[in-house]
Design a protein around this ligand. Structure first.
Ligand code: URA
Length: 238
């Protein structure tokens, strides 16, 4: 890749600033000073230094966010704030994107990465990656609903869902539940409850595949995944 791209990606300034930095003669590839922004470098095999300090290069970034309500799970939106807007500039440099979508009014675990392969693996319908949601429901959730969800329910457009594992935490005028589904149809959880005549009034994703939401993250906060967590996601096991 080009040296100016590498340095810009690693947070050494804009392309323009990086060009200036190169001009000062403080950037080296191995022992050679490089000044031409177009110089090609292989970050896997060559050591790059700026002012004598080694530039640690990495291609991918993996973030876990506790998504707040009111922001959109997209990279850009002409009206609303997006989850990417909530990231630090240094993280935005990696051009990450959300892995799938949570509705504007849904909270909880959202992965954000620039690793297209991992994202695809987590979203592919063939992989049946389980996603766990916690919800408040208007109406009494019953054992019949548990059975119906275990069979799969018919959504408003006639689609029969795959089985969902519904657990009742509290049943009453408003109920609290956990639901594990392996698909990601548009508004799926809300529409599954509509299919049994009930309404989701609060929705939070608490787990994606083997990875639980880090409950120490406040709404809107995020952190990098550990290497172990990335590995767990790759293997799809707990
Ligand atoms: N199901 C929904 O209805 N909304 C979400 O945001 C996620 C799953």
């Amino acid at each position: 890749m080009r040296i100016d791209k590498l340095l810009a990606n690693m947070g050494h300034g804009t392309r323009k600033e990086v060009k200036q930095l190169l001009k000062t003669g403080n950037v080296r590839i191995e022992d050679t000073v490089v000044k031409d922004p177009k110089t090609q470098v292989n970050p896997d095999t060559q050591v790059v230094t700026v002012h004598g300090e080694v530039v640690e290069y990495r291609e991918f970034i993996y973030l876990m966010m506790n998504k707040p309500q009111g922001v959109i799970s997209a990279t850009e939106d002409h009206q609303d704030e997006t989850v990417i807007d909530l990231l630090e500039q240094e993280d935005q440099l990696f051009e990450p994107f959300p892995v799938g979508r949570l509705d504007k009014d849904t909270e909880g675990l959202l992965l954000i990465t620039n690793d297209g392969q991992l994202s695809h693996q987590l979203l592919s319908p063939k992989k049946h990656v389980p996603k766990t949601y916690f919800a408040h429901i208007r109406g009494e959730v019953t054992d019949e609903d548990v059975k119906a969800f275990a069979q799969g329910v018919e959504l408003d457009d006639g689609y029969m869902t795959k089985p969902g594992k519904l657990t009742i935490i509290k049943a009453g005028e408003t109920s609290q539940i956990e639901l594990i589904i392996t698909e990601g149809k548009f508004h799926q959880v809300k529409r599954m409850f509509e299919a049994v005549g009930k309404k989701v009034t609060y929705l939070k994703r608490i787990k994606m595949g083997p990875l639980p939401l880090d409950e120490t993250l406040e709404l809107g906060e995020y952190r990098e995944l550990t290497e172990e967590e990335v590995e767990l996601l790759r293997l799809g096991r707990e």
